[in-house]
Ligand binder design. Structure first.
Ligand SMILES: C[S@@+](CC[C@H](N)C(=O)[O-])C[C@H]1O[C@@H](n2cnc3c(N)ncnc32)[C@H](O)[C@@H]1O
Length: 306
């Protein structure tokens, strides 16, 4: 009979370990950004990768460690928070894993990727099954260094990729807090029609893209009665999360939009309660994307995949 106690590992994004620790119960160990908690996986917003049912593996040598891992499965990635050289030497003995950046738009068809870490030179913690198919949950893209006027476009690429669906040509999108124009650029490149609201002016080369209409003013004036039916509401507006929550409710109640990607931005931890409000909306996901800063992304998808 297996009497081993079940536990789960949660890898915090760089700089967000306190947030992850705050939302987890029954923490038994913390290895740099990797938090171990007793029991089955808990719902989390702040974990970049979840290690399901990690096992302790004793391996006296680098070769023994690599062979123990490959006996379990082919694909592994190290989480090297200490003993960096030893992690690298083990990785070199494992089958090669091509961690190629994604070319957006691209459906995820990535193989399962296990994670391991050395707790001591001869003791590994390893999980064959992790929530993210990306190395340590780090989603990377082949970047566009010329088109988008800000790096915020990477958040929207990541959100669409995680959701598995994105606007198609001719979809009507509302972009709230659009300046300088990274998100509008993403939406217009997909062939969508974009109504971009901001108090500031959009970068001219984005404002002149086909399908883009700019409205200079308060994003919260973009109400369903004024804007009409839309396919996607995207918001990266800087505001109190409560204000965005109430605006989203207005749109949900109107029934005039069914797909949403919205950033909830925080200063300090006093507004984290809004995360639970957003999660209470049926079908919602709230995640800290790899490209999020001190903010999380709320997503709701109603349409069928592309
Ligand atoms: C983080 S930036 C958005 C970046 C944008 N998503 C991009 O990809 O370039 C936030 C924007 O929200 C705008 N903003 C803040 N409050 C606003 C409001 N009440 N109405 C309209 N825009 C607002 C700011 O002017 C700023 O341009």
């Amino acid at each position: 009979m297996n009497t081993r106690k079940r536990c789960t590992g949660y890898l915090a994004p760089v700089d967000f370990l306190p947030q992850l620790k705050q939302e987890l119960k029954n923490i038994t160990a913390v290895h740099d950004r990797l938090v171990i908690a007793d029991g089955p996986p808990q719902p989390t917003v702040w974990a970049e990768n979840i290690w399901y049912d990690p096992q302790i593996i004793e391996a006296a040598s680098i070769g023994a460690a690599a062979s123990a891992l490959t006996k379990i499965q082919r694909n592994w990635w190290p989480y090297a928070w200490q003993l960096h050289r030893r992690h690298t030497l083990i990785q070199e003995k494992l089958p090669h894993v091509a961690a190629k950046p994604l070319n957006f738009p691209q459906q995820l068809k990535l193989a399962q990727l296990g994670s391991f870490t050395l707790l001591t030179p001869t003791t590994m913690l390893a999980s064959a099954q992790c929530s993210s198919p990306f190395p340590n949950g780090v989603v990377s893209f082949v970047e566009d260094t010329e088109g988008p006027p800000s790096r915020a476009y990477l958040k929207l690429w990541e959100a669409f990729t995680q959701l598995g669906v994105w606007p198609k040509a001719g979809d009507r999108c509302l972009d709230l807090g659009a300046c300088p124009g990274g998100w509008t650029w993403v939406l217009a490149k997909l062939g969508a029609d974009v109504v971009a609201y901001d108090r500031a002016k959009l970068a001219p080369h984005v404002a002149s893209m086909r399908g883009v209409t700019t409205v200079k003013g308060d994003a919260f004036n973009a109400t369903p009665d004024r804007v009409g039916r839309i396919d996607w509401l995207c918001s990266d507006v800087i505001c109190y999360p409560e204000r965005l929550r109430d605006h989203v409710r207005l749109w949900l109640d109107s029934g005039l939009c069914s797909n949403f990607i919205c950033t909830l931005k925080f200063q300090g931890d006093s507004h984290y309660g809004v995360i639970a409000d957003m999660l209470a909306i049926p079908g919602s996901r709230v995640i800290h994307l790899h490209h999020n800063k001190h903010e999380v992304t709320w997503m709701l998808r109603a349409s069928s995949p592309n």
